[in-house]
Design a protein around this ligand. Structure first.
Ligand code: GTP
Ligand code: MG
Length: 370
């Protein structure tokens, strides 16, 4: 978007075109309402009229991680990040508990998962797998909407005694939209009323054809209660992960995604983050969303202090200046000055967006033109 007519700009600012022409005249420019002016002149005018400017392209203060690509020879295999989805009470948390040898379900209020849990397990073969346990699918969708695609594989949990339910279908749709491969775990197969075959058949209606039905979506009968099929589930996850050839450069400044964040009365802002690339270290200076800080301490999923977090590891970070939002990108920078520069730029941007008198920002103006 390089140019805009005076009339169009006036329209976007809800000002009179004649007033713009007058201002331009004062600036030494003779233009009519139907003539175009360049972006710099447009910005000048917008400022003249006391509106806010947001240039879409002017991003040089911020961090552009997309432009910062790691060379092929720096990449190393990283553990898969697996999101567990499924209808309420179908046994997502129980399955994770069984895989981890823990008992999170019993500690939950009403047995309902309230927040997204992030865990990493070590398989018998020594492979690491990262799991995200979602409370409903809002968190998953919200993160995706904010551009955070952290999930490599979805495990869809369907209770064999309950079958396909509304949130099962929701999960299928979200997974399809995200373009992430799915593995179906048919749970509660210990129950006498369990009917796994019916689950497979009903999945056909949603274009999920599992292996048992000669399709290519892996499925496995499990029981979180008896432990049946859990090794097989892990094998299938590892097989899927191998096909994806998941890699990241561990030897660089870290980039991570906020999974959840909260304010702790004693510890201050706490953020559970998942490292995407690089290695996050205690002492690192960081920017996360509109916040900045320094990693004071890191805790793993068992609450133990760790000094470093490599790719795909979830950790709780202490030392951030404020509470970031789920889906925010965390980036390690080389100085506190740089951290402050980026975070205050982002704060300005956020404030400008909030206070902008609706049609007057160049951002909306140019995106509307595009
Ligand atoms: P939300 O977090 O509320 O969405 O539920 P969830 O999907 O995490 O289910 P959760 O693990 O809390 O399990 C729900 C109930 O099902 C609990 O009472 C579990 O004990 C029970 N349950 C889970 N898995 C099994 C299983 O394999 N067999 C049997 N018999 N019961 C199970
Ligand atoms: Mg749960």
């Amino acid at each position: 978007p390089e140019a805009i007519t005076v009339a169009e700009l006036a329209n976007r600012m809800a000002e009179k075109a004649a007033d713009l022409v007058k201002s331009l005249f004062k600036l030494g420019m003779m233009v009519t309402v139907n003539q175009t002016i360049d972006q710099d002149t447009a910005e000048l005018l917008v400022e003249e009229f006391g509106h806010n400017i947001q240039r879409v392209s002017d991003n040089d203060v911020d961090i552009d991680s997309a432009a910062d690509v790691d060379a092929e020879d720096t990449l190393q295999a990283r553990p898969p990040v697996v999101t567990i989805m499924g209808h309420v009470d179908h046994g997502k948390t129980s399955l994770l508990d069984a895989l981890r040898g823990t008992d999170v379900v019993r500690g939950e209020a009403g047995g309902i998962t309230q927040h997204m849990g992030a865990y990493q397990i070590k398989t018998k073969g020594g492979d690491l797998v990262t799991f995200l346990d979602t409370p409903g699918h809002a968190a998953f969708t919200q993160m995706r909407m904010r551009g955070a695609n952290v999930t490599d594989i979805v495990v869809l949990v369907v209770a064999a005694d309950d079958g396909i339910m509304p949130q099962t279908i929701e999960a299928i749709n979200h997974t399809k939209a995200a373009g992430v491969p799915m593995i179906v775990a048919i749970n509660k197969c210990d129950k006498h009323e369990a009917n796994p075959q019916k689950v497979r058949e009903r999945l056909l209606e949603h274009e999920i054809v599992v292996e048992e039905m000669s399709g290519d979506v892996q499925d496995v009968e499990v029981s979180a209660k008896t432990g049946k099929g859990l090794d097989e589930l892990i094998e299938k996850i590892l097989l899927q992960a191998e096909l994806l050839e998941l890699k990241a450069n561990p030897d660089r400044e870290a980039e991570a995604t906020v999974i959840e964040a909260k304010l702790d009365k004693g510890k201050g802002p706490l953020a559970t983050v998942l490292v995407n690339r690089g290695t996050l270290k205690v002492g690192d200076i960081l920017v996360v969303g509109t916040e900045s800080g320094r990693v004071r301490a890191m805790l793993d999923d068992k609450g133990r202090q760790v000094k470093v977090a490599p790719p795909s590891m979830p950790v709780e970070v202490l030392g951030i200046g404020g509470v970031p939002m789920a889906g925010d990108k965390l980036t390690v920078v080389d100085s506190e000055q740089r951290a402050r520069e980026v975070s205050s730029w982002r704060q300005e941007q956020a404030t400008a967006k909030r206070t902008a008198t609706a049609p007057a920002s160049l951002d909306t103006m140019f995106s509307a033109l595009a």
